[in-house]
Design a protein around this ligand. Structure first.
Ligand code: KG4
Ligand code: ZN
Length: 337
């Protein structure tokens, strides 16, 4: 089954054609150069850039795949969660094509698609497994018992891991997105230089909290500035990266202890983090866990993962009508559309 897929939930416009788990063509137009000027994503600018880019990107991908709409069996689109103005561009475009060409329209949840990026990289991966989903807006531990059956067993109570990286990176004066740049400079820093807080959350031992860590780093930088003390940003970055990884690794293996699974999947933009990839690989080897992490090119937002999850959503009978809407927030377990 050939699927034409669209993704526009944040600041990447992406189009792909997939067949089952195979990627036929996939392209992403990043807006990062423009948002860098403002230190973060400006929602209105993101929507405007999506509407400018999406049509040409669609033509480019179809030309590269050497296909026409007649060769496509269904159209999949990210409809939630994300920036509402951004999502509406992809949903509107996908809907127009689906109904003009009389093809089924498949609504895809953004975090479900991040998990599905692993079906592309890991050809043999099958549920059930535990997924650690870490992006700019979410940090979830998800029991994935089937391709379309998800149960959140741990979640952040406040900031997401990516948000913590982005905001502490920004406080250090790093360009947007802070997480990417923080990861690079941390390689040259001493991670034992600063002891940062690892807050425990009352109630569910599998939940995360990153806002205290973010505030501690911002205070550390402000206090040093006020006292005229020199701060080595590489050391702060290395300490933040280590602390975030310590927290993610601790909760992930606690979660695995509660499940009968021997397979762990990491997904979302933060799965590109070099320390997280290295330490998770070492820990999983030690514990006899099969680990899947997407190829670096599939960690961030892309449409290939939307096509692959769309394939499984379609198999489970999920298609939308002409009244499909976009939603800024949406539960991964029981998404409505
Ligand atoms: O999944 P994603 O591309 O977009 C959302 O759905 O949010 O994730 C973006 C997040 C940003 O917070 C970005 O800083 C973070 O992923 N990120 C990283 C790295 N690459 C991207 N964080 C840490 N280390 C990286 N190498
Ligand atoms: Zn994402």
């Amino acid at each position: 089954m050939r699927i034409l897929a669209f993704e526009s939930s944040c600041d990447d416009t992406a189009v792909a054609v997939t067949e089952g788990r195979r990627v036929i063509a996939s392209k992403t137009a990043s807006q990062v150069e423009e948002h860098i000027l403002y230190g973060g994503v400006v929602p209105e600018i993101a929507s405007r850039r999506h509407i400018e880019a999406i049509s040409n990107l669609y033509t480019t991908v179809m030309t590269e795949a050497n296909l026409t709409l007649d060769d496509i069996d269904a159209i999949a689109v990210t409809y939630a969660p994300g920036l509402i103005g951004s999502l509406l561009v992809g949903v509107g475009f996908a809907k127009g094509l689906a109904f003009a060409a009389n093809k089924p329209l498949i609504p895809v949840h953004h975090l479900r698609s991040h998990i599905a990026a692993n079906y592309i990289t890991g050809a043999d991966l099958k549920p059930p497994f535990l997924a650690l989903v870490v992006s700019g807006g979410h940090s979830h531990l998800v029991d994935v018992s089937d391709y379309t059956t998800f149960k959140v067993i741990g979640r952040t109570r406040d900031d997401a891991a990516g948000e913590c990286f982005d905001k502490t990176g920004r406080a250090m004066g790093l360009p947007y997105p802070g997480g990417v740049h923080l990861d690079k400079i941390a390689d040259n820093g001493d991670s034992s230089k600063y002891l940062l807080p690892k807050p425990h959350v009352e109630g569910n031992p599998l939940d995360f909290s990153f806002s205290g860590l973010k505030t501690a780093v911002i205070n550390l930088l402000h206090n040093a500035q006020q006292k005229g003390e020199e701060i080595i940003c590489e050391d702060v970055a290395a300490s933040v990266r280590k602390t975030v990884c310590d927290i993610l690794i601790d909760r992930t293996f606690k979660a695995l202890d509660t499940l009968p699974y021997k397979t762990l999947v990491i997904a979302g933009g933060v799965s590109a983090n070099s320390e997280l990839r290295r330490r998770m690989t070492e820990e999983c080897e030690k514990r006899g866990i099969d680990l899947y992490i997407p190829d670096l090119s599939l960690c961030g937002d892309n449409a290939a993962m939307v096509g692959v999850q769309g394939y499984y959503e379609y198999q489970s009978g999920k298609t939308a009508n002409a009244d499909l809407n976009a939603y800024a927030t949406m539960d991964i377990q029981n998404p409505v559309y």
